[in-house]
Design a protein around this ligand. Structure first.
Ligand code: NAD
Length: 360
């Protein structure tokens, strides 16, 4: 296990992406958001993605420093085409547009289409919450067919995340942010590289047997080589029986079909689509009822008697705690993930002294 300070890891990732052909600003953004995912404990959406992002860029599947285009615009809504640019470049622009429109109108909707991987969706809800706005996000990943619907053993959905953010004055926002599969694909990726295991009901084999074995997703793989999620005979399971599977379905419909990205059907290029709604509580709630009611409600929820050995938490609390801990203690990276970063840094031609200094 290697421990790194968040700032050092951000800078290392930035330097890899700059060497791979991104501008320093884009490299810094990719570093910032990937490390932010590690800080919140979502290692699946953190720096483990670096080799895959670089590969996608080299294969022409993501374009560096791409300019988004606004395809449709009214005072309250917009359709933003990321044109297969990095998600870390396109998503903040789409969210900022939603914030600006919501500030003027009290409500806005933004359909983001054809974005490179936008990472942890909670980042975008947190950006809206920093602007004192509530937000709701339906996301899909076209070209990434991974998840079996309820009662199926074959893949039909992406891991299609759903996210809601609610700001709280003077306190961290409430952020519910999850894949509509039992686990995000990145968690299977981390498990396949020696990190935390996934639950033994997370995956399903062709005969309907549940398992936590990453080979069901990736097939046979060399421990130090790449992973191809198209190679495995099984699927990740949709969470929450028919209800979770229904939410996944609607993330495909709203985040994929309605945004113009396309739902997770065969033959599509990888892209995230995100349909986001923004609401200004300052306009909905001029008497400022919400902040105190949130305090009362959160206290009420958290004082429920826990099951033995557990604690009752509210959405966003585990991430806020982990962020504080990892900012103080550093980010732990399994050796294999660290090695994959070092290998990628060498592949893009980063100076050997720079590589050696990264983990100090
Ligand atoms: P998860 O299963 O860890 O669930 C996270 C959510 O549950 C958070 O809102 C968290 O605050 C809450 N939570 C966790 N433990 C809790 C507890 N004990 N009590 C109360 N609430 C608790 O998340 P996941 O499904 O593994 O998703 C991980 C990340 O992957 C998310 O950030 C998601 O946006 C991202 N993702 C992205 C894509 C993409 O295509 N960009 C696809 C899938 C997932």
């Amino acid at each position: 296990m290697v421990m790194l300070k968040a700032s050092a890891l951000e800078e290392f990732v930035r330097d890899i992406f700059v060497k791979a052909g991104c501008s320093p600003e884009e490299g810094a953004r990719v570093g910032k958001y990937l490390v932010a995912a590690n800080l919140t404990g979502h290692d699946s959406h953190g720096v483990v993605r670096v080799p895959r992002y670089v590969q996608m860029k080299n294969d022409g599947l993501i374009t560096a420093d791409q300019k988004v285009s606004i395809e449709v615009e009214t005072p309250v809504l917009a359709v933003v085409d990321a044109r297969y640019g990095f998600g870390q470049t396109a998503a903040p622009q789409a969210v900022q547009l939603g914030i600006d429109k919501c500030r003027k109108n009290g409500l806005s909707a933004i359909a983001l289409r054809n974005a490179g991987h936008i990472g942890r969706v909670g980042d975008w809800a947190e950006m809206a919450a920093e602007a004192d706005l509530v937000s709701v996000h339906f996301v899909n990943a076209a070209g990434s067919i991974l998840v079996a619907p309820f009662n199926a053993v074959e893949r039909r959905f992406s891991t299609a995340p759903y996210c809601v953010g609610v700001p709280r004055p003077g306190k961290p926002p409430l952020v519910l942010d999850f894949a509509t599969s039992v686990v995000a694909e990145g968690k299977v990726l981390v498990a396949s590289k020696g990190g935390k295991k996934v639950p033994d009901h997370a995956l399903i084999g062709p005969a309907g047997r549940m398992s936590g074995d990453p080979h069901l997703l990736y097939g046979d793989y060399d421990p130090r080589g790449g992973r191809d999620y198209k190679s495995g005979p099984g699927a990740i399971r949709a969470f929450g029986d028919h209800k979770g599977s229904g939410l996944a379905f609607m993330c495909e419909v709203l985040g994929g079909a309605l945004t113009g990205t396309g739902a997770a059907t065969p033959g599509r290029r990888f892209a995230n689509g995100m349909l986001s709604f923004y609401i200004d509580p300052g306009i909905v709630d001029p008497k400022n009822f919400l902040p105190e009611e949130l305090t009362r409600f959160v206290d009420w929820v958290k004082t429920a008697k826990p099951v033995p050995g557990e604690e009752v938490l509210v959405p966003g609390e585990p991430e806020a705690r982990m962020r504080a801990k990892r900012l103080a203690e550093g980010i732990p990276l399994p050796d294999e993930i660290w090695q994959s970063l070092v290998d990628t840094a060498r592949e893009v031609g980063l100076d050997e002294r720079r590589i050696q200094s990264a983990a100090m």
